[in-house]
Design a protein around this ligand. Structure first.
Ligand code: GDP
Ligand code: MG
Length: 370
């Protein structure tokens, strides 16, 4: 998970850090006493003065080896430490020329990791504005400067919305209805089952609507999951109107005081107008509390494009990315939230019911820079 992106970011952090280190050396070499503000200059002079006086004193002490000189030895270390600390307080400016090639490399690395172009551009711009022209203390850790700029840039694109899923479910009137949408084979049905398991664990009562009436075998597939989890399934015949199935499931939940209705739907290509209209009808008739877009992380940029198109047809509240366990790149997770303006809610990380984790931007950032 995210190994490729992590590796690329790690490499870039080193290269960028090295070049900033060069800028730093230049700054020390060419402008040993140049500082940010006059006030600081005075402050620095004050700090250096005692050290300077002590150096003068040493110059006039007896030659090395004499007992007096030996006694001075520990003080000498103190003096150099003071001078070093003073130099560390000096500042240097990160210039664009030292970053230009690396920013280009950063963009390439992001694109190779399946980060969508506008998102990669946004990240590069942020890193640039975070670093270029800024004054840094010479003593600061260049690796940390670069990491912090990268972290902030990525954080900005993935933290689009502070939607608290669990709090929303808790405070919503029951039953809460959730419709899952997306293309075929991405893991919608499995995700409905995983979500059902999660809700059950939290103490909610759940009803599943077998809303995929289109694909042969889809009703049996979700029925198997419902049986395995001991959850009530509302189903119609194959070919029936999915809007009616979801409607019945919500009516059932209301009558039986169930907490949550999870509606599976048939996968459809965003280009199939009839099926997209059918999906719009499911949502128009039932007015679900939440619409969740499901796609697979391994689809990379295709997933991002589909997310955009689905969001245009049935505006959704958030996304779930499945098969994150099989995706080394990580670009879809970074791009989808920024592209749709809706948060990623969960990640599917395997094929068992428990393989679902809450998506937390900080968790992702920690993984990328651990
Ligand atoms: N490795 C992995 N496989 C998954 C994950 N989620 C779903 N799958 C598999 O993806 C395949 C398609 O899943 P399904 O739920 O039928 O997709 P649907 O057509 O969108 O309903 C199945 O073999 C699932 O076991 C996941 O998070 N990780
Ligand atoms: Mg399905």
């Amino acid at each position: 998970m995210f190994e490729k992106l992590k590796e690329k970011l790690g490499g870039l952090k080193k290269i960028l850090g090295r070049d900033i280190e060069e800028t730093k050396k230049e700054a020390i070499k060419t402008e040993p006493v140049k500082k940010a503000e006059p006030a600081k200059e005075v402050e620095l002079a004050k700090q250096v003065e005692p050290a300077r006086q002590e150096v003068e004193a040493i110059k006039t002490t007896p030659p090395a080896g004499s007992p007096v000189a030996a006694a001075k030895e520990p003080e000498k270390i103190g003096i150099f430490d003071k001078i070093k600390a003073a130099v560390f307080e000096q500042e240097f400016i990160i210039e664009e020329k030292s970053l230009k090639d690396h920013l280009w490399e950063l963009e390439m690395a992001l694109l190779e990791s399946d980060v969508a172009l506008p998102v990669a551009e946004n990240i590069v711009e942020s890193v640039k504005s975070e670093l270029v022209g800024t004054r840094r203390k010479i003593g600061s850790d260049t690796g940390k400067i670069v990491e912090s700029a990268l972290r902030q840039a990525i954080s900005k694109v993935i933290s689009v919305d502070s939607f608290d899923f669990d709090a929303f479910i808790k405070k919503s009137g029951k039953p809460v209805s959730i419709v899952f949408v997306g293309v075929n084979g991405t893991g919608k049905t499995t995700t409905v089952a995983k979500m059902a398991e999660r809700f059950k664990e939290q103490g909610y009562s759940v009803v599943i609507a077998a809303g995929d009436t289109f694909r042969a075998g889809a009703i049996e597939q979700i029925e198997k999951h419902a049986d395995a989890l001991g959850i009530k399934l509302i189903k119609h015949q194959e070919g029936a109107d999915p809007a009616a199935v979801v409607y019945d499931a919500i009516q059932y939940a209301k009558a039986k005081h169930k907490d949550v209705v999870l509606a599976d739907t048939a996968g459809r290509m965003h280009t199939n107008i009839n099926l997209m209209d059918q999906l719009k009808k499911v949502c128009r008739v039932n007015k679900p509390d939440l619409i969740i877009f499901v796609d697979e992380a391994v689809a990379g940029n295709d997933a991002v494009e589909r997310a955009k198109l689905f969001n245009g047809a049935v505006p959704f509240n958030g996304s779930i990315l499945t098969k994150q366990d099989a995706d080394a790149k990580g670009g879809a997770a970074i791009s989808i939230a920024y592209t749709t303006g809706r948060p990623i809610l969960f990640l599917g990380i395997g094929q068992t019911y428990k393989d679902l984790i809450r998506f937390d931007p900080n968790w992702l950032l920690d993984r990328l820079f651990e």
